[in-house]
Design a protein around this ligand. Structure first.
Ligand code: AMP
Length: 473
């Protein structure tokens, strides 16, 4: 089948799902959907590299819903589909997508994430359900308390698996996998399939089909990337104000490196008359949800956010992403700029960098395979001319490696070497080994620390004690 001519009608989806797609206004499947849906419907395990913005959510939710169209013989009330996501926001979006596309097949969908009250979640879990969308830590809490019957689980989906690895959730994911029925279909979606993610995928998945959409270099064609060299904070603030009052900005996300900085900058921008709100992991889930709703409704025009909190935000009105502070990791740059240019719109991604930041800029460019053009706005010129960014192997004068400890987390398409590379994956590890997986009882959940342990970050996780401050520079 030629993918260019694929329509949803010839993907063999249930008519009730096609009806929901028609209602959503979707005419043509995106490349990841056209490639993934037939493989999943054919019953294969799948590992797919696809960034957010490619339509990856529907690529797994549609065939998952298709499975629900056939009733399950078991009388059990537990989920038939489990989707694991790294963050609460992403869980919310997957849940919304499942509700939207599953409207006419009456899929019962529940989202279980950290930061929400247990009694409410206990009540939700006591009812019959079809799709469970969860962050790993909170799900494991409930599983260990015996609150979820996984006996009729047919499909496990790991969404943004690379991010779950980065955030230190893989030991939890491992325990969850080990407590699920071995006879299931497993799908893994990740921005990259290199490095440890590839090793993990090989252990969780059984004879998977592999799908890679568009190489890294070809992505973000609809996002204009600009770089402004700045002298100091004062210069940064003036530039930011100039950009935000520009008529071409509909809505913007401004990224800072710390939660505290996000709060302070949001206060300043609010005081300057911008409809501003902050979004970061120290806020309660309720407050985060309210902020996102305001953003979606246009009641917030400028969102000042940290990386993890903003991941997965899908608001079509966001025309600009502004990196007030550069991201610490090159991967985060890609996730940040992906908040704009959604659903085929054009977007602008602006980064502020000091001269000392030029090595970070270079790392980002190496990761994306794209140059970020230094730009100067008349009246806002930096005192020092922009440094040369094109010298091979550019190094600071002290001869040390560039970047002052600037590290990537996982290997990107352009051979960007992340620190996860130092944690070698052990091929003997029984991560999610479905041959070893037992009857789904919680005793089956292995307790050993696998080689995939990364330091746990603070969002979507189960414990606050393992928090790592996201400070930078
Ligand atoms: P995702 O990559 O799953 O975050 O999806 C990105 C955006 O594309 C979301 O706003 C979806 O609603 C939208 N979308 C997904 N599939 C399609 C499609 N086939 N046609 C039009 N829009 C789509």
């Amino acid at each position: 089948m030629s993918l260019e001519n694929t329509s949803f009608e010839n993907l063999d989806l249930n008519p009730a799902i096609l009806r929901a797609l028609e209602e959503a206004g979707y005419v043509t499947p995106t490349p990841i959907q056209a490639q993934a849906i037939p493989e999943v419907l054919a019953g294969h395990d799948l590992m797919a590299s696809a960034q957010t913005g490619t339509g990856k959510t529907a690529a797994f939710i549609l065939p998952a819903l298709n499975l629900l169209a056939t009733p399950h013989p078991s009388k059990s009330r537990g989920p038939r589909i489990l989707v694991l996501t790294p963050t609460r926001e992403l869980a919310g979006q997957v849940n919304d997508a499942a509700r939207k596309y599953g409207k006419f097949i009456r899929a019962r969908t529940v989202s279980i994430v950290g930061g929400m009250p247990y009694p409410l979640q206990n009540k939700l879990l006591s009812q019959p359900l079809d799709i469970l969308v969860a962050t790993p830590g909170r799900l494991l809490d409930h599983m260990e308390r015996g609150r979820i019957d996984m006996s009729r689980l047919q499909m496990l989906i790991l969404d943004e698996a690379d991010r779950m690895l980065d955030m230190g959730f893989m030991p939890d994911v491992e325990r969850i996998c080990n407590a699920l029925p071995a006879e299931r279909q497993t799908l893994l979606f990740s921005a990259t399939l290199d490095g440890n993610i590839g090793n993990i995928a090989r252990q969780i998945l059984r004879n998977p089909k592999t799908i890679q959409v568009a190489a890294q270099k070809e992505k973000h064609a609809n996002i204009e990337q600009r770089l402004h060299f700045v002298d100091d904070m004062n210069h940064k603030n003036k530039l930011l104000e100039h950009l935000l009052i520009g008529a071409e900005v509909n809505q913007a996300i401004v990224f800072t490196s710390t939660k505290r900085h996000a709060d302070l900058l949001a206060e300043d921008l609010y005081a300057a008359g911008h409809k501003t709100a902050a979004l970061h992991g120290d806020m309660t889930q309720g407050a985060r949800n309210r902020t996102l709703t305001k953003l979606r409704h246009g009641d917030v025009r400028v969102l000042v956010a940290t990386d993890v909190a903003a991941r997965g935000i899908d608001v079509h009105g966001i025309t600009h992403v502004i990196n007030y502070d550069l991201p610490k990791f090159a991967e985060d740059y890609v996730h940040r700029i992906g908040r704009t240019g959604r659903a085929g719109n054009m977007g602008v991604a602006v980064s502020f960098a000091s001269h000392a930041d030029r090595y970070q800029v270079r790392k980002i460019e190496q990761f994306t395979g794209q140059r970020i053009e230094p730009t100067v706005i008349e009246g806002f010129e930096p005192k020092r001319p922009a440094p040369r960014m094109d010298g091979p192997g550019e190094r600071p004068r002290n001869g040390k490696k560039p970047g002052g400890g600037y590290k990537g987390r996982s290997q990107g398409a352009q051979g960007y070497r992340g620190d996860n590379q130092n944690r070698s994956a052990n091929p003997g590890q029984s991560f999610g080994d479905r041959k070893a997986a037992g009857n789904g009882s919680r005793q089956d959940a292995g307790r050993g620390n696998g080689p995939f342990t990364a330091q746990k970050r603070n969002e979507g996780g189960r414990s606050n004690t393992a928090r790592r401050p996201r400070t930078f520079g």
